[in-house]
Write a protein that binds this ligand. Structure first.
Ligand code: NAD
Length: 470
């Protein structure tokens, strides 16, 4: 596979895709090695992953540089690698606390029986991840799965595969890890082979692919943990702090060029403060600088050319239906890269895809509302339910609105807090995902099946107790 460089538009990297047969061979080997891995204590697994952390640190610059080419984001790439150090450290601390199968106890429902509880990890987890935060989303589920005692087949996105070269070196330096963590290279076909080879899937990606994977997992009768797309709304109440709201919404909507699942993608503002809000956020959007000179600027090019096409189509459709673009508005080719300036749109409504479909670009469509009830109705008028934001100086009013929004996480007086806060459990609503939270304690605990071992301490019931009344 020839891979496109998002800054130059050149296809300058070659990815050799794993065949289905090679994925099966990796799965067999990972299953074999998992038997020993599972027998280790949690502290022993932590210590193997501590060696991995040291190994990643050795290749930190190499991985960050590869990621920077994958995503065309230098600073975020560095932060992404450092984020993995934080993620590992957090699980080193929390996983041993959580691994605590209950002690043997007497059953409350049958007093002659002692209950023993065993936690059995899935043998082999498949992790399939997207291109927008290639390293973080590859490892966010992989790390707790490994600590739980599972082996992992990890297939990152074929759109941003360069970082795998550095990551693979870091894995190979830790022989015990090398046996239980296998990198699969390729696109949909390699992903399908992973789904066919594992005992549970952790998938992060789009809703259409998530539905296909969910169906394939149902066919195989294995669990699918699906973390999918979003169309996150922000509600700005009339008592919101205007600078807080405009700063947070701008950063959340256009940070990482809007290529984050929890980007704010539709903004509802109380009509009493609408004009002021639109003026301020338009001015702030116009001030955002591009990294066309890779050594300075705030916002990089779009990573994936197919997404760039979708963004332009949504903007064109909105304009045809009467939307007005106040700043930005066009995807432009600059030296081969595809760039979109922060784009503020008004006169929008829910007949337009820019208000209903995921955009995944730096686009800020704004609508006015007349009452809190109308704002909630608009926010909930979506097939998605990933996360949302509410801006208000009145905590109780904000919490009341938060309780009525159909989404898995609500940031109050900020946007996209789920990209910083990993220890709050959240379940996506509607088509944004299904099954146990990857955040918080469940991010580790969901990799175990709980087995009950029941000891009878008295003589078992005999058939004489089963005489039916005639
Ligand atoms: P995608 O669905 O196109 O691809 C994701 C992964 O699935 C890739 O690795 C791809 O190769 C693989 N794949 C594709 N078809 C497959 C199949 N039939 N079987 C198995 N694997 C298959 O998504 P994308 O474009 O890479 O990522 C962007 C999407 O990810 C957006 O919708 C975004 O909102 C979502 N996302 C969600 C979260 C979250 O936590 N909820 C986080 C980041 C991104």
């Amino acid at each position: 596979m020839k891979i496109r460089n998002p800054r130059t538009g050149e296809f300058d990297y070659e990815l050799s895709e794993n065949s289905a047969e090679s994925v099966i061979a990796m799965a067999d080997n990972a299953r074999l090695n998992q038997k020993k891995w599972q027998l280790k204590s949690i502290d022993e697994r932590v210590s193997v992953l501590k060696n991995w952390l040291e190994s990643i640190k050795k290749y930190e610059n190499e991985i960050a540089e590869q990621l920077a080419v994958d995503t065309s984001r230098k600073q975020i790439a560095k932060v992404e690698v450092k984020g993995i150090f934080g993620l590992l450290e957090a699980w080193f601390f929390r996983a041993p606390q959580l691994y605590n199968p209950p002690k043997e106890r007497q059953s409350a429902s049958c007093n002659t029986v002692q209950i023993g509880q065993q936690w059995v990890p899935y043998q082999l987890i498949g992790v399939i991840s997207p291109w927008n935060f290639p390293l973080l989303l590859a490892l966010i589920d992989t790390i707790p799965a490994l600590l739980a005692g599972c082996s992992v087949l990890l297939k990152p996105s074929e759109v941003t595969p360069r970082f795998m070269d550095g990551l693979e070196k870091s894995i190979q330096e830790v022989p015990e890890l090398n046996g239980v963590l296998k990198l699969v290279r390729g696109g949909a076909e390699a992903g399908k082979a992973v789904v066919q080879s594992v005992d549970a899937i952790c998938f992060t990606g789009s809703v259409p692919t998530g539905k296909k994977i969910g169906a394939a997992c149902a066919e195989r009768f294995i669990p699918a943990f699906l973390e999918l797309g979003g169309k996150d709304p922000a509600i700005v109440l009339d008592d919101a702090d205007m600078q807080v709201a405009t700063d947070a919404i701008l950063r959340s909507a256009v940070g990482a060029t809007g290529q984050a699942c929890q980007s704010l993608e539709r903004i509802y503002v109380d009509e009493k403060i609408y004009d002021e809000f639109v003026t301020i956020i338009t001015n702030k959007s116009a001030d955002v600088t591009l990294t066309t000179d890779p050594n300075k600027g705030q916002m990089g090019p779009l990573i994936f050319e197919k997404q760039a096409e979708k963004i332009q189509l949504q903007l064109d459709e909105a304009e045809v239906k009467g939307a007005k673009i106040l700043t930005g508005g066009k995807v432009k080719n600059i030296n081969g890269g595809l760039w979109c300036r922060p784009t503020v749109l008004i006169n929008v409504d829910h007949s337009m895809q820019v208000m209903t479909e995921e955009t995944f670009g730096p686009v800020i469509p704004i609508m006015a509302f007349k009452s809190d009830e109308e704002a909630i109705t608009l926010a909930n008028d979506s097939i998605f339910g990933l996360s949302a934001s509410v801006f208000s100086k009145n905590k109780e009013r904000a919490l009341e609105i938060a309780s009525q929004i159909e989404a898995g996480a609500i940031s109050i007086n900020d946007g996209s807090l789920t990209n910083k806060v990993f220890d709050a459990e959240k379940n996506s609503f509607k088509e944004s995902g299904i099954n146990g939270s990857r955040m918080g304690d469940s991010g580790f605990l969901r990799f175990f099946r709980k087995k009950a071992v029941l000891f009878q301490t008295a003589h078992p019931d005999t058939m004489s107790g089963f005489e039916e009344m005639q």
